[in-house]
Design a protein around this ligand. Structure first.
Ligand SMILES: *Cc1c(COP(=O)(O)O)cnc(C)c1O
Length: 479
């Protein structure tokens, strides 16, 4: 299996060669040359597999440059009940990696993806990435220094995935004083020597700009072996395909049944994995894309116009992990939508990269979004999410987080148009966003017992100015 760039001007490469880099050299994103197709016999055989065994079946169809026994061992180390033990809802089996929780039996369910160490779905892929990096770096006798900026979920997931890994250091920039108390405690309480938390005196965008500035210095980047773990990383998207299969098997009895998934979306990473699962032949009817007030993607699926916002236009919302101005993985879907015509993708992104927009309204391609690829979309407001948090609590006795509430709201608003049951991906646990839960429910959200008192642990971070020079000096001194 080789991987090609969505812009068509980079050589096709095997999996391990695209793992540690970010964008392809031509500025595009990598995708497999073709999607492996899954037969009805495969589906039947996979239906009863454990999460790790299912993951091996799926990932081994995309990865042929790691010996199968090693790949199996990496997956078995990653997907353990021990790592994903922080159950979100009473009654969920702690042995299940991604439990399905029916709100209305046979009709409407949550797929809990946030039972990992940082209580957000990003652990599903990031834990695997940590083990994979360690394996590949060991084989090549290399070191990697991960530089990133986070508004919360990505940074903590990366740190918990990489902590204690001998060949990796993590330098994570976060906006000083702007994360939730829980998120801050999760990151800053880590004492591992390879984890560096840098609190930037500015907003998330300032932190992001500094990371970009440092990464654009190719000489510095190469000399200091700087890498990233952001959501365009193909290995992350790949690992996320697995839970669409697992969720499908949990929610259906036979492979004749179809299912729809609703996905709270930001950078289009999570739902991109759903798109690929569907292209592989998983019987997914609709892929429902849910956004918050930052509705770039909802606008596209409604109108055909993709108009990334200026950073300053990005709204700060109560579902902060979906506050994006442009969706970094979206190019992967558009590549498929235009029939994998790389020249067309290049032309569309020539506009986007200049800060512009593109308009597919009225084109045959745009019509394919819903008709052929199953996509529909919706968005929520803060008031919608608050009302949904309350309604889900009152009707079902279940506490969800504001991102999942966005998914539930959008799924409910489209339910009449659906012919299948719908599964909403639960992307985080409520305790991460206690302020919003207090506003909605007037109470503190429950948390896994093991995490009681997390905020009282000693915290370690360094305050730093949002300047590329300051960060470079910091990195040089520690690498
Ligand atoms: C990252 C994140 C999202 C958005 O996922 P994408 O892959 O960027 O679309 C949604 N909810 C939560 C809680 C997240 O952490």
């Amino acid at each position: 299996m080789r991987y090609v760039s969505t812009r068509g001007a980079s050589p096709a490469l095997p999996f391990c060669d695209i793992l540690l880099g970010g964008l392809a050299p031509d500025g595009g994103l990598y995708l497999p040359e073709t999607y492996p197709r899954v037969s009805p016999a495969d589906l039947t055989a996979w239906r009863t597999l454990s999460y790790a065994d299912l993951a091996f079946e799926i990932l081994s169809r995309f990865i042929d440059d790691i010996p199968p026994a090693d790949l199996k061992a990496l997956i078995d180390t990653t997907y353990t009940a021990e790592t994903y033990r922080f159950v979100a809802h009473p009654g969920e089996a702690a042995t299940d990696i991604t439990p399905l929780y029916w709100l209305e039996p046979g009709k409407f369910a949550l797929l809990s993806l946030s039972n990992g160490p940082t209580l957000a779905f990003k652990d599903m892929a990031m834990q695997w990435l940590g083990n994979l990096f360690e394996y590949v770096l060991e084989a090549r006798d290399e070191q990697l220094n991960i530089l990133g900026a986070t508004s919360g979920d990505t940074g903590s997931a990366a740190e918990y995935a990489m902590r204690g890994k001998a060949r990796v250091k993590v330098f994570m920039l976060s906006p000083h004083g702007r994360m939730s108390a829980f998120q801050r405690a999760q990151m800053y309480s880590l004492t591992d020597a390879n984890i560096f938390n840098l609190a930037v005196t500015g907003m998330f965008d300032d932190a992001q700009d500094v990371v970009k500035a440092v990464s654009n210095d190719a000489v510095f980047k190469a000399r200091h072996r700087i890498g990233a773990v952001n959501s365009i990383n193909w290995a992350r998207v790949l690992a996320q395909i697995v839970y669409y299969f697992k969720g499908y098997f949990a929610a259906t009895r036979t492979n004749d049944e179809a299912l729809s998934f609703c996905v709270p979306s930001g950078n289009f990473g999570n739902i991109c994995a759903g798109h690929i699962a569907r292209q592989m032949g998983l019987p997914i009817d609709r892929l429902i894309l849910a956004t918050n007030e930052n509705d770039v993607l909802d606008e596209f699926f409604k109108t055909g116009i993709y108009r990334p916002r200026k950073t300053a236009e990005t709204r700060v919302t109560s579902s902060p992990s979906m506050d994006i101005s442009k969706a970094s993985n979206f190019e992967r879907f558009i590549f498929d939508l235009v029939g994998r015509d790389a020249e067309k993708v290049r032309a569309l992104w020539a506009e986007v990269d200049k800060g512009g927009a593109f308009d597919l309204s009225g084109t045959p391609e745009f019509a394919r979004c819903a008709a052929e690829f199953g996509f529909i979309s919706g968005s929520s407001t803060h008031a919608d999410r608050i009302a949904t948090l309350r309604a889900v609590r009152e009707r079902h006795g279940v506490t969800i987080d504001p991102h999942t509430a966005d998914g539930v709201k959008v799924a409910e608003s489209l339910r009449e148009t659906l012919k299948t049951p719908v599964v909403v991906l639960e992307t985080a646990q409520a305790v991460k966003f206690a302020d919003t839960l207090r506003e909605a429910l007037g109470m503190e959200p429950e948390r896994p017992a093991e995490l009681a008192g997390l905020e009282d642990l000693p915290q370690r971070s360094e305050i730093i100015a949002p300047s590329a020079e300051a960060i470079k000096a910091y990195l040089s001194a520690r690498i």
